[in-house]
Ligand binder design. Sequence first.
Ligand SMILES: C[C@@]1(C(=O)O)OC[C@H]2O[C@@H](O)[C@H](O)[C@@H](O)[C@H]2O1
Length: 469
Amino acid sequence: MKFPHDFLFGAATAAYQIEGAWDEDGKGPTNWDVFSKLPGKTYEGTNGDIAIDHYHRYKEDIRLMAEMGLESYRFSVSWARILPTGDGEVNQKGLDFYNDVINECLHYGIVPFVTLYHWDLPLTLEQDGGWTAKRTVEAFVKYAEICFRAFGDRVKHWITFNETVMFCGLGYLKGAHPPGISNDKKKYFQATHHVFYAHARAVEVYKSLKQYGEIGITHVFLPAFSTDDQPENVSAARHANEYETFWYYDPILKGEYPAYVVEQLKDNGWTPDWTVEELDTLRGNAAGNDFIGLNYYQPIRVERNREAAAFTEHTRETSTLAPGHASFDGFYRTVKMEDKTYTKWGWEISPQGFLDGLHMLKQRYGDIKMYVTENGLGDEDPIIEGEIVDVPRVKYIEEHLKVVKQAIREGIHLKGYYAWSAIDLLSWLNGFKKQYGFIYVDHENQLSRKKKLSFHWYKRIIETRGEEL
Ligand SMILES: C[C@@]1(C(=O)O)OC[C@H]2O[C@@H](O)[C@H](O)[C@@H](O)[C@H]2O1
């Protein structure tokens, strides 16, 4: 069986991780331009000043994507190129760049799938409270409308935010992302609420423009499973799913927050300072959300945590999402299982966990349209006689695409798969060491591009619409 004719085979990137040109053509500074230069925050001090120079090489990169037969390219817009101060004057050269990227995609018949926010916040907004401040919400809505009006005649697929749990969790609980705050639960939940409210407002604006495309959000999908059937560990998995999934998916798809979490926030004094108007906006725009983007890499295996939830010192190393850590509230801990397979970064490889999780989502949210907006293997790719022989990545993506096909057979409304990533790029916390791309970038040779084994494999999968899987 082939994948359906309207299923999109894609790949993804993000602005800060590929563009470079951090201060060119009127772009304003972002939180990551500053944070990445703080000692110890990134792997070996790597940053996005140059990244892989996609700002100057986007034509070559998109030509390679076309050669691979990519049907759709998911990329993000750097807000600070469009609005250098976050909510002030528009920078025409920023609009020009993304118009060029979009037009280059369309030149090859590649469907652009645009993420408005992939973690790089204009510095002025971060300095003024970031996502804990209402100003950032209003600024995002202004920025989103500018993008809709500038690109919406050609861009018909919009993602508002990428992985809210990551930039809020690492920003306010682990201190590993800007603004580098640790263990501030009140700010964490406040920031997530402002993001969901900003999303709902952007949906409202998008629908009012009657551009007849689709808009959604991309969340991490991290289904939690109990290590065994002990009631306390089953309760740990429930707790993890409530806080890591339902807190994120419910306000978008149901228009309200999960009662389990709301009650506990109240007990702990972590309830966001939300208003009736904001909660009504969430409720009133849930139906306008056209899809949910899932970034699936792994499930988590959890058990009840019996150790006292002492203050946890977080570092870059403890923030790369490997198992063996207690949850922010100490309720559960993630466990590395003897009978499971893991990547070099300690992430479990579990296509079955994905399929089981998809059915959990369908049971809770019904027939919502879904895209796999990220899935891929972070690895240090083998190089044999100058060729990048990334067989592990081929196997990883093959197994997950098989599950996507099986899920569609089982009635899950999946409409596309975007591998992370189209091309090797800068990892926020792992520098250039953790590779994900179909295209290799040689940092020892003027960032020259080279097709990997997986490039040729994915090309064939797309050509045959995955019939062999
Ligand atoms: C934490 C990590 C990683 O480095 O493996 O997860 C997978 C992937 O998720 C993306 O949304 C990030 O932009 C990208 O940098 C990657 O980040």
